[in-house]
Design a protein around this ligand. Structure first.
Ligand SMILES: Cc1ncc(COP(=O)(O)O)c(C=O)c1O
Length: 339
């Protein structure tokens, strides 16, 4: 087992306090709509974001795919960044689940701009797919944890409204963006038609994502969730962890961002590092010099109990989270310095 796991922020384990919150959560049958802790979580999330409703889902992928199935009809098109998780890492779900196509913008580091989106919007012509959804990701995973300025979101919202596009946010790590940019949940709840948020990443819950939107959308999404086998019973055990995460693990995300910056500075001084992508949140991407074998480098660290991941040829990723202490960061630096 890895001693220091920087492969992802999905690797966190529930703390003792989170476990206690889980086992003391009252439960019911969520498919019957009577699990009190799930109801409490959905109401809490909807209240924070100022949306009419929320739906507790198994995963970020499930929440995104439900939203896309809900918004899209076969032959429609989603506009997203070429780095988008919904396109790259959800098993071809846009095609397989929503029977829709995709148009890409390729703007900097996962962040979309209005001009790129406008280039993707198709004329209303029978030859073309129907442009239907504009999907953003904040923070952008493949972009290295980049986040949007609020003005950029507003500009994209204006494009979506003008062209009749449903505005979806893959907010798997939205709380990292909120902390980094000092933005508010309710602004996001107002700007987007649907938002997915993961509790199981930097927030430290073992399982679970929230899908937010208006009453009609969530009602439809609940049906789709059931259809794909996502109706769950005593899910309150997990909702208890999610509530604990929202109440206790948000502000501390700033520590992960600081750790990523600290490691970036260290890597910048290493001769074997080709480039370091300046981190904005908890994800740090860096390139290796051509003479470094990436597979061997990752395997070597693994043999020393340190896990990191790759993000394409020569590109490595470290993700900082609540199970990585200051002492761990120090230890990783000392191992890297000895290479
Ligand atoms: C940006 C983004 N969206 C969605 C997901 C999917 O989340 P899950 O692993 O819970 O399906 C991830 C997972 O890493 C992600 O990084």
């Amino acid at each position: 087992m890895l001693k220091i796991d920087l492969r992802s922020d999905t690797v966190t384990r529930p703390s003792k306090a989170m476990f206690e919150a889980m086992i003391s959560s009252p439960v019911g049958d969520d498919v019957w709509g009577d699990d009190p802790t799930v109801i409490k979580l959905e109401e809490l999330a909807a209240e924070k974001f100022g949306t009419e409703k929320a739906l507790f889902c198994v995963s970020g992928t499930q929440a995104n795919q439900i939203a896309l199935m809900s918004h899209l009809s076969p032959g429609d098109e989603v506009i997203c960044h070429s780095y988008a998780h919904i396109y790259n890492y959800e098993g071809g779900g846009i095609a397989a689940n929503a029977h829709a196509s995709v148009a890409f913008t390729g703007d900097t580091r996962g962040i979309m701009h209005p001009e790129g989106v406008l280039n993707c919007i198709k004329a209303d012509d029978v030859h073309y797919p129907k442009s239907r959804v504009l999907a953003l990701e904040n923070t952008s995973n493949k972009g290295g944890g980049t986040c949007y300025q609020w003005e950029e979101i507003e500009a994209l919202r204006a494009v979506a409204s003008k062209h009749g596009l449903t505005f979806h946010l893959d907010g798997a790590r939205l709380y990292n963006a909120l902390i980094a940019k000092n933005q508010s949940e309710s602004d996001y709840g107002t700007a987007f038609d649907s938002i997915s948020i993961c509790l199981s990443k930097g927030l430290g819950a073992p399982i679970g994502s929230i899908l937010l939107g208006n009453e009609e959308f969530i009602h439809h999404s609940r049906r789709i969730r059931k259809r794909i086998g996502g109706g769950w019973r005593q899910a309150g055990l997990l909702a208890g962890a999610a509530i604990y995460a929202l109440e206790n693990n948000v502000d501390r995300l700033a520590e992960d961002h600081a750790a990523a910056k600290d490691m970036a500075e260290f890597l910048n001084g290493q001769s074997w590092v080709k480039n370091v992508v300046a981190p904005e949140t908890n994800i740090l991407i860096f390139g290796l010099n051509e003479d470094m074998n990436q597979e061997e480098f990752i395997a070597n660290l693994d043999s020393k109990g340190i896990g990191i991941s790759q993000m394409g040829p020569g590109k490595c990723r470290m993700v900082f989270h609540l199970d990585v202490s200051a002492a761990d960061v120090k230890e990783v630096k000392s191992v890297l310095a000895s290479l």
